[in-house]
Write a protein that binds this ligand. Structure first.
Ligand code: GRF
Length: 186
């Protein structure tokens, strides 16, 4: 059995999509969903999906081994960041070398880095009059949006598209590709 831990800070629609994708695969499971945000909707999703969840605070996350210990205890093979907004502490990256993957809702290296998350990204894409955008799935290191790129997929941005339109296109790409890439990485 391969075990996945998903980190999310908000809605968690990607987290849910990944859980559902692996539900009927006998040898891979999402073992736990973790969040830094006690009000995140991803917690409701975890409950309805019957997946254990864990809320942690920033200090525990970055200054103690609590989270790393949970992940080791659960024998996690791959950590998936799906809309997770905190920078990972070195202790976590060191404990899971090359075993942490993130999805970014743009074509990195464009529109990445600190502050570039959620609608900020799609607003910047529209303001910049980009002709295309997309998703980037990449391994995680100690900087924001900086690790080795594993996969990218593109979509067209029409002149008439609003940031919301772009977000919808990006979510479609994320739902289609992210679970498959996670599966490949396992
Ligand atoms: C996704 O677009 C993801 O790429 C980005 O944050 C968003 C999270 O959406 N990092 P959701 O919480 O999975 O619905």
């Amino acid at each position: 059995m391969k075990r996945v831990a998903v980190f999310a800070s908000g809605s968690g629609s990607n987290a849910e999509n990944i859980v559902r994708y692996f539900m009927d695969k006998p040898n891979i499971e999402v073992s736990i969903i973790l969040t830094n945000n006690p009000n995140a909707f991803v917690l409701d999703r975890a409950k309805s999906l019957n997946i254990p969840s864990l809320v942690f605070n920033r200090a525990d996350f970055s200054k103690t081994d609590k989270i790393v210990d949970v992940l080791i205890e659960k024998k996690i093979d791959l950590i998936v960041l799906a809309g997770f907004l905190l920078l990972l502490p070195p202790r976590l990256i060191d404990a899971f070398p090359n075993k942490i993957v993130n999805i970014h809702p743009a074509l990195l290296p464009k529109f990445g880095g600190k502050g570039m998350y959620g609608m900020n990204v799609h607003n910047a894409v529209v303001e910049n009059k980009e002709k295309e955008s997309g998703i980037t799935i990449h391994m995680v290191n100690e900087k924001f949006d900086d690790g080795k790129i594993v996969f990218q997929a593109k979509c067209v941005v029409e002149e008439s598209d609003t940031a919301e339109d772009v977000a919808e296109k990006i979510h479609k790409l994320e739902y289609e590709h992210f679970p498959k890439i996670v599966e490949q990485l396992l």
